[in-house]
Design a protein around this ligand. Structure first.
Ligand SMILES: Cc1ncc(COP(=O)(O)O)c(C=O)c1O
Length: 382
C-alpha cells in the first residue's frame, strides 16, 4: 500500500473545508440525485424479505435482465452465450474485478495518460504494473504507441471514453483499432463507459463491446453514479467474456458477497427512467461548458484547455514553473476556488489541473470558473 498513491480528492477536500466559501471544481460528481422512479421502487423494500438476505453474487436476475435489454438497445452489446453481465458496487469495483480476473502478480496493464487515478491505484494494489502511454495533445488515443507498449507480460489495455480526466471521446475508428490490437495480441480490452451519456453536440460514444467477434477479449464497465445520481448508492456493472465468469464470481463473492439488494431495487427503478433522465441534466452542463470554453480562451497564451466532447472536465496545461499542488493551494487560499493537480492523473511533466464542472449549479460553476481564470492570471502572470 505504501507504493500506491494517496487519493488526492480528500486532500483537496480538506483544503476546501479549511477555507470557507471556496468553490470546488474538484470532485467529479453530479449535482442531482436519483430519479423519482428509483425512489418509488423502494416503497416495497421494508416488507420484501428478499432485500434483507444475501442475493445472487452477480446481481438479481431482474436487474441483470433489464441491463441486458439496455446494453442491446443502447450499446449494441449482445448479452448471449458468449458474455455475462455482473452487477457491482460501482464502476470502481467492476474495474478491480476485471484486473484481478485477468492478471497475475507482476503482469502489466496499459493505461492512457492522463489516467483515472483509481485505475492506476487498483493495478498497483493487484500487484501489477501500470504501463503508461501518453495520449496526444488533444488527449486522443495513439494506437501505434499502445501497440509498442505491449510486452509478453501485458494482460490488458484500458480505455475510458468519454474520459476522466480529459473529457475526450474516442472515435469509433481508434477504439476499433485498439480492440483489434487486443484480439490480435491475445490480451483484453477493458473499456470504461461511466460517462456514456455525457457528450455534447452531435458526438456519440462508441462501445467496443458491440464489435462483432469482440466478446472473448472485451470487458465493458458501467456506472450508475453519474448517469443516475447514484454515487452514494453504489451500483455499477460489467459485461465480461463468459470465460471470466468463474473468476469474477470468486472475486465478487469474497469482496462483496452480493451487490446491496436495496440499491439494486432502486437501480431497476432508475432504468425505467432511462437515459433521458441524465441527458436532460447534460443540457444544463453544456451551458457551463460554454462559459468555461470562453473563459479559458481568454488565457490561452499561457493555459492550453483542449476542448473535448464529453464528461464534465477540462484538463488544463499551464505554462508555469509552479508545482500543481502548490498552485491549487494558492488558488484555494487566495482565490477560493479548487481544482485537482494533474499529478494525480499521472502527469508529472509541467503543470496541469483537472477542472470538474458537473457538481455545481450553473451560476456557481460560472463564478468558480471566473475565480479560476482570475487566479491563474494573477499567479502565473503576476
Ligand atoms: C472513469 C470512471 N470510472 C469509474 C468511476 C467510479 O464510478 P463508481 O462511483 O461507479 O465506482 C469514475 C468516478 O469518477 C470514473 O470517473
Amino acid at each position: 500500500m505504501e507504493e500506491v498513491q494517496t487519493p488526492i480528492i480528500p486532500i483537496v477536500g480538506d483544503l476546501v473545508r479549511s477555507t470557507p466559501g471556496t468553490i470546488s471544481l474538484g470532485q467529479g460528481m453530479v449535482a442531482y440525485g436519483p430519479p423519482r422512479q428509483a425512489i418509488d421502487a423502494l416503497a416495497g423494500v421494508p416488507s420484501d424479505s428478499r432485500t434483507h438476505q444475501y442475493g445472487a453474487v452477480e446481481g438479481t436476475s431482474e436487474l441483470r435482465s433489464a441491463l441486458a435489454d439496455k446494453l442491446r438497445a443502447e450499446n449494441g452489446i449482445a448479452v448471449d452465450g458468449s458474455t455475462r453481465v455482473v452487477v457491482t458496487a460501482g464502476g470502481n469495483m467492476a474495474f478491480f474485478n476485471a484486473i484481478l480476473a485477468v492478471a497475475d502478480v507482476g503482469d502489466e496493464i496499459i493505461l492512457q495518460t492522463p489516467y483515472y487515478f483509481n485505475h492506476e491505484m487498483a493495478i498497483g494494489m493487484a500487484g501489477c504494473r501500470a504501463v503508461l502511454v501518453e495520449t496526444d495533445d488533444a488527449y486522443q488515443l495513439r494506437p501505434d504507441a499502445i501497440a509498442k507498449a505491449i510486452t509478453p507480460r501485458t494482460r490488458a489495455v484500458v480505455t475510458v471514453s468519454p474520459n476522466n480526466p480529459t473529457g475526450a471521446v474516442y472515435p469509433e475508428k481508434a477504439l476499433r483499432e485498439v480492440n483489434e490490437l487486443c484480439r490480435a495480441r491475445g490480451i483484453f480490452h477493458v473499456h470504461d463507459e461511466a460517462y456514456e451519456y455525457f457528450t455534447y453536440g452531435e458526438v456519440r460514444p462508441f462501445s467496443p463491446g458491440s464489435i462483432p467477434g469482440s466478446a472473448p477479449h472485451t470487458i465493458s464497465l458501467y456506472s450508475f453514479s453519474k448517469a443516475y445520481g447514484f454515487a452514494g448508492w453504489r451500483i455499477g456493472y460489467m459485461v465480461i467474456p463468459a470465460s471470466l465468469e468463474e473468476a469474477v464470481r470468486k472475486i465478487q463473492d469474497t469482496n462483496l458477497i452480493c451487490p446491496t439488494m436495496i440499491a439494486q431495487t432502486a437501480a431497476l427503478g432508475a432504468l425505467s427512467a432511462g437515459a433521458s433522465y441524465c441527458k436532460d441534466k447534460v443540457r444544463g452542463m453544456a451551458e457551463v461548458r460554454e462559459v468555461a470554453k470562453r473563459a479559458f480562451a481568454e488565457i490561452a497564451s499561457f493555459c492550453a484547455a483542449p476542448v473535448t466532447d464529453g464528461a464534465f472536465y477540462f484538463f488544463l496545461r499551464i505554462d508555469t514553473p509552479t508545482a500543481p499542488l502548490a498552485l491549487v493551494e494558492r488558488l484555494v487560499k487566495e482565490f477560493k476556488v479548487a481544482a485537482i493537480p494533474g499529478t494525480a492523473f499521472g502527469i508529472s511533466k509541467g503543470c496541469s489541473l483537472r477542472v470538474a464542472f458537473g457538481a455545481l449549479e450553473t451560476v456557481t460553476a460560472a463564478e468558480g470558473i471566473g475565480r479560476l481564470v482570475r487566479g491563474l492570471r494573477s499567479i502565473v502572470k503576476g
